[in-house]
Design a binder for this molecule. Structure first.
Ligand SMILES: [Zn+2]
Length: 161
């Protein structure tokens, strides 16, 4: 129990602006995006998510919700999302799809990218293996990749039987 509280105390307090630098996806592939979100947008998204999926309270989503709720409005610098919460990638993906991203930088191009210049490539038609939502800068650098569903098709379904 003690180590849990100790770990919690080490988290930086967040302000109004939250920066997310995913660095890599669930499979270790390098990601180049740096995103800034407003605290309120993350909070609203989490309220929706947690209302629909209350079990997520016990995981990263619940922890992030508490962290955001405990913010200090007087902090003007951006606060980075602690790396331990790798499921933040889903919140980021959702907010970007809704156009709720204050700033996006590609760390390869070093450019601040307007949201409407980003290229979305979502797997909408389910395919065998991992399906994901991918986001690229207009020079083709992978900024964000959120795995959505894992599909295992049998040989019969793949038309090989
Ligand atoms: Zn780029």
């Amino acid at each position: 129990m003690f180590s849990f509280f100790k770990k919690k105390a080490q988290l930086p307090k967040c302000g109004r602006l939250i920066r997310y630098i995913p660095k890599h996806d669930g499979f270790g592939r390098v990601l180049y995006g740096e995103f800034i979100f407003a605290k309120e947008d993350i909070q609203n998204e989490l309220i929706k998510k947690l209302e629909n999926n209350p079990h997520l309270f016990d995981g990263h989503e619940g922890a992030i919700f508490n962290w955001i709720g405990n913010s200090d409005e007087s902090i003007n610098e951006v606060t980075d999302v602690p790396e331990i919460w790798n499921r933040f990638i889903y919140i980021a993906d959702e907010l970007i799809h809704q156009g709720l991203c204050i700033s996006c930088i590609c760390s390869v191009c070093h450019n601040k990218l307007p949201l409407d210049s980003l290229i979305n490539d979502d797997d909408n038609e389910l395919k065998n293996g991992w399906n994901s939502n991918k986001l690229f800068c207009n020079n083709g650098h992978l900024l964000l990749r959120a795995e959505t569903t894992h599909i295992i098709l049998s040989d019969y379904q793949r038309g090989k039987a």
